[in-house]
Ligand binder design. Structure first.
Ligand SMILES: NCc1[nH]cc(CCC(=O)O)c1CC(=O)O
Length: 347
């Protein structure tokens, strides 16, 4: 029985503008589904927000963005966390688990050209143009197709990055940003062009929002489950299973393009054909490994098994060498700069 006298459920979120918009999306959907349940949003800054100085590749740790919120989840000050699924590590701290996954928006990355410049596509950019991105996946894949372009780290939330791009004396000609984030933030008009595979394969989980809860909190799990879009959930859990397998000891520029086609079944039992194209690319773009799997699946377990199969295929096709090199490169730089050694990267 739900009643308005029940204590409000607290939705935790980072405090950036994008994170607030995402928390509002979740809040509105939950209110609509549970009119008698009260909710409130609690905003928190995370280590990732506080430390804007170092390259994400070296700083590592997607947990930078999630840990402070997870502490709140575990101490009961919040009941659920809204995340971009892309930023959620593939394994959770003890006591936390992934719950809902919402319908995915456009998973593609986009080119955002500096205001006042008329270039429309990557092809049109002059040699040596500086592309701002902090994602090793984007750098690796773009170096492969556009070795004549230059790449430079850019940090900060989306608003900050766009301001850095447009600054008169700024170094960047263009940024690469997820279309979904720009659209949610109302900056869809800044998308100069969308970048399709095989130029850029999306990051695992890109463009899907997700909710993390306390393990075994059946009440919150039940409340939040209305948010789940099963087609997105199956595809994204498969992608995450692939990434988890590849991370075994190291972290990599991984891209995955998922295509899920629901099957008509007479029994009402859900079923779908899921095709996954996975990529692992060396940091300089010189080695590029691909694999494809395509199967009929009947649930999340089968989705995850298919994701692991994709990971195994990538290893069989030679991804292991790329993974080892990247791991060594990162560790050497971390040691040199006195940064704690970690194995996670920004996607
Ligand atoms: N790493 C930051 C981040 N995490 C999720 C998104 C985009 C929105 C999404 O994938 O849901 C972004 C910005 C970007 O990559 O341009």
């Amino acid at each position: 029985m739900e009643s308005t006298t029940q204590k409000p459920l607290v939705i935790g979120s980072r405090a950036s503008k994008l994170a607030q918009i995402q928390a509002d999306i979740v809040h509105e959907a939950l209110k609509a589904a549970h009119p008698d349940q009260a909710f409130e949003i609690r905003l928190m800054t995370t280590e990732g927000d506080r430390n804007q100085s170092q390259a994400l590749y070296l700083l590592g740790g997607k947990a930078l963005w999630t840990k402070d919120l997870e502490v709140g989840l575990l101490d009961g000050s919040i009941d659920m966390i809204v995340h971009c699924l892309k930023d959620v590590p593939t394994s959770f701290p003890e006591g936390c688990e992934l719950d809902a996954i919402m319908e995915r928006e456009d998973p593609r990355d986009s080119l955002v050209v500096k205001k006042g410049l008329s270039f429309k596509t990557l092809e049109e950019l002059p040699d040596g143009s500086v592309i701002g991105t902090s994602s090793v996946r984007r750098v690796a894949l773009l170096k492969r197709s556009f070795p004549r372009l230059a790449f430079q780290d850019v940090r900060g939330n989306l608003n900050t990055r766009l301001a850095k791009l447009d600054a008169d004396d700024g170094p960047y000609t263009a940024l690469i940003l997820a279309a979904a984030g720009l659209q949610r933030l109302g900056f869809g008009d800044r998308i100069t062009s969308l970048i399709d595979p095989p130029i850029l394969y999306p990051a695992v989980g890109q463009a899907a929002l997700a909710v993390e809860i306390r393990s075994g909190d059946t009440r919150v799990a039940q409340v939040a489950s209305v948010l789940t879009h099963w087609q997105t959930q199956w595809a994204c859990l498969a992608e995450r299973a692939c990434l988890r397998l590849l991370e075994g000891g190291c972290s990599v520029p991984v891209g995955v393009l998922s295509t899920l086609i629901p099957n008509e079944t007479e029994s009402g039992q859900k079923s779908a054909t899921l095709k996954l194209v996975g990529t692992v690319t060396s940091l300089d773009g010189s080695v590029h490994i691909e694999a494809t799997v395509d199967e009929v699946i009947d649930g999340v377990d089968a989705a995850e098994a298919l994701g692991r199969k994709l990971g195994d295929q990538l290893i069989a096709n030679g991804a292991g060498v790329v993974l080892d090199d990247i791991n060594k490169d990162r560790q050497a730089k971390q040691v040199k700069q006195n940064i704690p050694v970690t194995n996670e990267v920004s996607q």
